[in-house]
Design a protein around this ligand. Structure first.
Ligand code: PLP
Ligand code: COI
Length: 361
């Protein structure tokens, strides 16, 4: 077990201020009082693990991350159960994906023990920030930047790993179904690229198509495969699933270009456990437009840590739009999966998979 030194803030947020901040936190704008930090240097390994007051970073303007973008991150949530206990959901899967992302970006690989240790040490200090309401949670954002002072293009020899914590509500404003824009020009990832890694660069390149989505009144952008612009990959910050009229659920397969979503994987396994037919197969965008129009596809939803399961009301593209179901209300299969997943994550349902990871505070 790694020991984290703890430096408590001298200006803690008062209980009243915290309650006000957590009343309607939305997503990603409210932060707890502390952060976890671990440093790495080639030849020395991981060192200086600590919990410190949340504060700005001081980095050299020649730091490699500012020039060549070696940055990776994760996203997971801490939940408070009805009994007040705090748990994480499949954090080992996030730790493993963080290692895979580091490998693809040629960065230092953080051992799982340190990834989990940093999160738990931070939760211990900031435990009062884990919301109790069913629709809220404490979003955890582990990330790593390269931090060598050098302008040559090469793998950096120094890294900084940090965990931030942010109480959150829903990712999307409003509770209804979201409209999604189909990006027919810009793509997200090609085979052999970084699509499967959770690196900041993937999100930087998604912002222009995401703006195109916003300009067309949509909440998310849907990307197609980079080779033919024919098959559905995923959205800017979440995976996508569809429900056929026979009740089966279908999602694009993992092929190296899409993120291996932990929510996606959990829904596939949970759905099978519930007796649903869960299918991973390529979905051509034209077929989805046709099937939604004929009623062969009745529901669509986004899935991810931030999105949880968010119903999709319609797909829009230059040539027109198509609605799923009535385009407004979440369908029955979407709701059934959402309730099952949320019940499991909050410890309200039995956990046959061993996914819920209690945190001793
Ligand atoms: N796809 C992208 C591009 C994402 O950013 C995310 C969010 O993390 C997901 C999918 C869903 O992944 P997960 O379910 O592990 O949060
Ligand atoms: C997440 O769900 O954790 C994400 O990373 C999506 C987005 C907020 C970047």
């Amino acid at each position: 077990m790694v020991e984290f030194t703890v430096e408590q803030t001298t200006r803690p947020t008062s209980a009243e201020q915290r309650a006000a901040l957590m009343a309607d936190p939305k997503f990603g704008r409210v932060f707890t009082d502390h952060m976890a930090v671990i440093r790495y240097k080639d030849g020395q390994g991981w060192y200086d693990a600590k919990i410190i007051p949340r504060q700005p970073l001081q980095i050299d303007p020649a730091s490699t991350v500012l020039h060549y973008g070696q940055e990776i991150f994760e996203g997971l949530k801490a939940y408070r159960g009805k009994d007040g206990a705090v748990s994480l959901f499949r954090p080992e899967a996030n730790a493993a994906r963080f290692v895979a992302s580091a490998r693809r970006l040629s960065m230092a690989e953080l051992p799982e023990e340190l990834f989990l240790g940093a999160i738990k040490a931070l939760l211990k200090v900031d435990r009062d920030w884990v919301p109790a309401e069913a629709e809220k949670s404490l979003y955890l954002r582990p990330f790593m930047i390269s931090n060598e002072v050098f302008l040559g293009v090469k793998r950096a020899n120094e890294y900084l790993f940090i965990v931030l914590a942010s109480p959150v509500g829903g990712y999307f404003s409003g509770n209804g179904s979201i409209p999604v824009w189909v990006s027919e020009h810009y793509t997200r990832a090609a085979i052999g690229g970084t699509g499967e890694a959770k690196c900041g660069g993937n999100y930087a390149s998604s912002l222009l198509p995401q703006q195109e989505a916003s300009d067309n009144g949509c909440s998310q952008v849907l990307f197609l495969d980079a080779k033919e612009r024919r098959f559905i990959d995923e959205m800017g910050g979440m995976n996508v699933m569809f429900v056929r009229k026979d009740g089966s659920v279908v999602t694009p397969p993992l092929g190296g270009t899409i993120l291996r979503g932990i929510t996606r994987d959990s829904i596939l396994k949970l759905g099978r456990h519930m007796g649903l037919t869960m299918v991973e197969e390529p979905l051509a965008i034209e077929d989805v437009f046709k099937a939604a129009a004929t009623g062969d596809i009745t529901e669509a939803f986004a899935c991810g840590t931030a999105a949880v399961i968010s119903p999709i009301g319609e797909f829009r593209r230059k040539a027109g739009s198509v609605a799923f179901g009535d385009g407004k209300t979440a369908g029955p299969v979407t709701m059934k999966l959402r309730n099952a997943l949320c019940g499991l994550q909050r410890g309200e349902e039995a956990d046959p998979f061993g996914w819920v990871h209690p945190v001793a505070l």
